[in-house]
Design a protein around this ligand. Structure first.
Ligand SMILES: NC(=O)c1ccc[n+]([C@@H]2O[C@H](COP(=O)([O-])OP(=O)(O)OC[C@H]3O[C@@H](n4cnc5c(N)ncnc54)[C@H](O)[C@@H]3O)[C@@H](O)[C@H]2O)c1
Ligand SMILES: CC(C)=CCC/C(C)=C/C=C/C(C)=C/C=C/C(C)=C/C=C/C=C(C)/C=C/C=C(C)/C=C/C=C(\C)CCC=C(C)C
Length: 505
């Protein structure tokens, strides 16, 4: 064996985002020899963290679904359980505090009826429509929450699930091609209320209701009141750290600073990977947790991009990335009773424009240990395209970052007066930062439809046209979100376990 050839693994996972780690832990728990290769220093990808001057900042995600205790949709709880690890979480009593145009100032309370009452108070003439719309989202959720969530590419699972839960399966078949906008307009007429439904979608799908799949909305709009939104004690980075601990307990391995530069194919089949340092690993199955754009244009030669991937790229494009402010601030700036998550928008016309909608997360309100005593963390971020940050000198880049940061701070001042004076720490990340540290082309948050599509019908599952190669993460069904990529991980591991003939597949 040549010195650069390492022994074969059953499964090699490229990337340790939550999608990659759920795949890896599920397979290790089923007895597969698994290797995860992560280019960065720590696991987690977009769910990672970094520490500065006593603050522990989350890189990206902070509003976490999937930590509930009951049902089948609590996929993060289940993923950790499967490898005998657990994570303490803190229940968030309000999912989002919206600060919207025309003084629409509304809290999405954990208790469903309270949320409905808050919304009905603004739109009393639409009470029936509001109830019917959100109740229909519950129908989707109840279907999902009644069945084991595994690979839709595994016919025996589909048949078994259909025989056990025929009505739930038929319900999901009905909703799979639907988008939220069409359902909402069936019940709601008030244009401002429809705008509210748009931002309810936009703040996690980064597209309006017309383009947001009904299945995903069913999950988000119901689970926030069922399993609830939780924050992991110690920061979002803990989820990946715990999954890695579970992976290693189950006999799996992870290597850091291991950047895969090539997926090796032989006779058209994926058989291994090559790292930037030249090392080669062989595996029976290769899983890419990199985005589809990175997988099919960087890790494989562009000219070999399968036809179905080209077709997919005609339906989906990269969403914008984010401009992110990681702020440390004196605790006195935040009034007593401030909620953890806020959405700020001053003008409906600007909702989908770059730097239009402002997302705010203040995790120290739930876990004060993430900041020095007497201080809070504010993570403020807003969609932004990488093109606006290219082709400038280092000093121009720094100046643009600073100007953009102060515009955001000015907007935050409207909600949290005194923020500027109470600033203790400020770090600005741009789409270039996301691209560099997360290995995501253009720093994208994930795929979005190029035009109105039929719900989730065109989102690819885990297998690819290249035998032996699978994808996992937010470039696969059902898209963005930690609980969504956890589903993708469960499904990917299930399909591979069947393909490898593992026990307990
Ligand atoms: N601001 C935000 O809130 C935000 C931003 C982006 C994504 N997200 C969320 O994060 C989740 C994404 O999870 P995911 O599992 O799809 O992936 P991910 O992007 O979080 O993780 C992918 C991992 O793969 C690694 N990687 C990429 N290319 C590699 C290579 N060639 N070799 C080795 N390692 C490589 C990256 O370093 C990263 O750790 C989604 O839920 C999404 O919604 C949130
Ligand atoms: C057999 C027959 C006949 C049939 C069959 C049918 C079936 C079975 C079907 C099935 C289906 C399924 C399973 C599906 C699944 C789905 C899922 C799981 C989904 C999920 C989803 C989730 C989601 C979407 C989530 C999301 C979230 C997010 C994204 C979040 C975000 C957040 C952020 C960004 C933040 C914001 C805010 C602030 C800060 C304020």
């Amino acid at each position: 064996m040549s010195p650069s050839l390492n022994p074969a693994f059953d499964v090699i996972v490229i990337g340790s985002g939550i999608g990659g780690l759920v795949t890896a832990t599920q397979l290790a728990a089923k007895g597969a020899q698994v290797l995860v290769l992560e280019s960065y220093l720590i696991p987690g990808g977009s769910s990672g963290y970094f520490e500065r001057q006593g603050y522990r900042f989350d890189v990206g995600a902070s509003m976490i679904f999937g930590f509930g205790e009951k049902g089948t949709t609590n996929l993060l709880t289940r993923a950790l359980d499967a490898v005998n690890v657990s994570q303490e979480t803190i229940l968030d009593p309000v999912q989002i505090h919206y600060h919207l145009p025309n003084q629409l100032n509304l809290k999405v309370e954990r208790v469903y009826e309270k949320f409905l009452q808050n919304l009905i108070a603004y739109f009393p003439h639409e009470e029936t429509g509001i109830r019917r719309f959100y109740d229909e989202c519950w129908k989707v959720f109840n279907c999902l929450n009644s069945m084991d969530l595994l690979s839709l590419e595994e016919p025996r699972y589909l048949l078994r699930t259909f025989l056990q839960h025929p009505l739930a399966c038929l319900g999901l078949v009905k909703y799979l091609p639907q988008n939220v906008g069409d359902v909402a307009r069936r019940y709601i007429k008030d244009p401002e209320l429809l705008k509210f439904i748009d931002i309810e979608c936009y703040c996690w799908s980064v597209v309006t209701a017309d383009m947001t799949p009904m299945i995903n909305a069913g999950m988000v709009f119901s689970d926030r009141h069922y399993g609830g939104v939780h924050y992991p004690k110690g920061g979002v980075g803990q989820i990946a750290q715990k999954l890695v601990a579970g992976l290693e307990k189950a006999g799996g391995k992870i290597e850091y600073q291991a950047r895969v530069t090539k997926i090796i194919t032989e006779k058209g089949q994926a058989v291994g990977v090559q790292l930037a340092n030249g090392k080669i690993y062989r595996g029976q199955r290769i899983v890419s947790n990199a985005t589809r754009w990175d997988t099919f244009t960087k890790l494989l030669p562009v000219e070999k991009t399968p036809a179905n991937e080209r077709k997919w790229q005609q339906s989906y494009e990269k969403s914008p990335s984010f401009l992110s402010l990681h702020i440390g601030v004196e605790a006195a700036v935040l009034p007593h009773g401030t909620e953890c998550h806020h959405i700020i928008l001053e003008d409906w016309q600007q909702m989908t424009a770059p730097a239009g909608t402002l997302f705010v997360s203040i995790p120290t309100l739930l876990d004060p240990d993430l900041a020095p005593e007497g201080y809070h963390i504010i993570h403020a971020f807003t969609p932004n395209w990488i093109d606006d940050w290219q082709g400038m000198s280092p000093s121009e880049y720094e100046a643009k970052k600073e100007a953009a940061a102060w515009q955001i701070i000015d907007r935050l001042e409207q909600i949290f007066p005194g923020l500027d004076a109470g600033l203790d720490y400020l770090e600005v990340g741009t789409p270039r930062t996301h691209q560099r540290f997360l290995g995501r082309e253009d720093g994208t948050y994930g795929p979005i439809p190029r035009r109105k599509l039929r719900g989730l019908l065109s989102m690819p599952f885990n297998r690819t046209a290249i035998p032996g190669l699978y994808c996992v993460g937010d470039s696969t069904f059902p898209g963005q979100g930690l609980n969504a990529v956890a589903f993708s991980g469960f499904a990917c591991a299930h399909r591979i376990a069947v393909d490898l003939g593992l026990n307990n597949a």
